[in-house]
Each structure stands twice: as C-alpha cells, then as structure tokens.
Write a protein that binds this ligand. Sequence first.
Ligand SMILES: [Fe+2]
Length: 253
Amino acid sequence: MKVLFIGDIYGKPGIEMVSEYLTDLKKEYRPNLIVANAENASYGRGISLKIYKELMSMGIHMITMGNWVWGNKELFDFIDESNIVRPFNYREAPGKGYLKINYNGATLMVINALGRTFMNANMEDPFTGIDKILEKEKADYVLVDMHAEATSEKVAIGLYLDGRVDAVVGTHTHVPTADSRKLPNGTLYITDVGMTGPLNGVIGVTKEIVINRFLNGFSTPNEVAPGARQLNAVIMDFANKTIKHIHIESETV
Ligand SMILES: [Fe+2]
C-alpha cells in the first residue's frame, strides 16, 4: 500500500497548493490513499465544513488534526459523520481518535495523537494510549500522525512504536525535518513533514506580526501570510518500506 501524507494545510494558500499540485503528485507517485493534516486549514484555526468538502473532493481520503482541532466550532456539528481523525488522547471529546479505511481489501488505520511536552500537559499519555488502541483494534496497516512540538517526544514515540506500526509521521512545527527514514524494526518515520501553505511567513503567519511579538512582547492577532507558497508531504510504500519527503515551492500567488 502506498500512502501520500500531506503536511499541515495552512489557510487558503495551503488549500490552493493542494488543489494545484495534487493531480501531478497522484500521477507521479500513484498513492492508493491520501491523508492530510488540516488542523490549520480554516484561516490557521481548525477546519470548516466547506473546506472539509473541498479537500475531500480533491481526492483526500482522511484528515488528521491537532491542537487547533476545535478552532472552528463548525467541526462539532459534522465531525461524527466525517473522515476527520482528532487527537485520540483527549479525555472526552466528540469524534474519533482513530479511523479505518479500506483500499483493495486492505485496511489502513490512521491514529492522531497530540504531544504533551511544551503543549498540553492535560492530554492522556500518547505512548500507552496508542498501546491500548493497538491491543484492541486490528488493521492491515497503521499510520500514526504524532502532532507535537518537541522533536524528542516525536523521536521517542517513533522508536517506541517501531516495528508495531507501519509509519509515524510528525506534524505541528510546520518546518520539515531531514530525517525521513526506516527505523531499525521497519517503521517509516519523519519527525516533521512540514506545512502546506505560506512560504515566507513565520510558520504560516504574516512575518511582521510574529517579529513584532518577539520585539515588543505583543502584536496584532495572527493573519495568514501572503505571497509565495509551499507544499510538504511524504510518500510512503508500506510493502517496500520506503519513505520520501516531497517539497514544492510556488512563487505565483
Ligand atoms: Fe498544531
């Protein structure tokens, strides 16, 4: 099974990049299933029903989320009927923390987990939480989207799950890491896929807003950065145990 995973879709520039490049990516890499993290798709905060439908109509099969999952309240109304996976380690929340999808007789289970280090210490432990899911659920292939701030937490969970799941992909920092590889026991891994959205903002946000926040301690609310855009993704082949990072930049706006 070949799975394309698209990194954090951020605002309109991110949606446009998927719309413009997904057909070419499908032709070149022939993925059987496409998964995307879209927790920042709605102006950087959550996902709306309109955007969800738009992404699904482009050929994305499953969407993962993260700390901004509840950023757009619309999601409460449609998450239960959607192919959206929210972090499983909320103690109580609508929706599901893992979902299964079939392709050609094989099942892929996608698990979304939220890190705790420098993030949300109130979440349940993602390490033992995934153990419990793997104990009770069966699937031919398992992909974990580990949405976390600390590289150490992501590397640790990758090695913790090595040999027990097919892939662990990191999201959230919006900056891709150069460590995509097969771990010693065969799990495909990357610490962070990187974002799909503005290229010259500060992790998606207009640069002046964030620079001012560092200079002055405060600034205006976040806005999606204009200008050039990027797409980051990984293509994984579970049979051949290969993972390759994909980075596209588009100067046109
Ligand atoms: Fe995030």
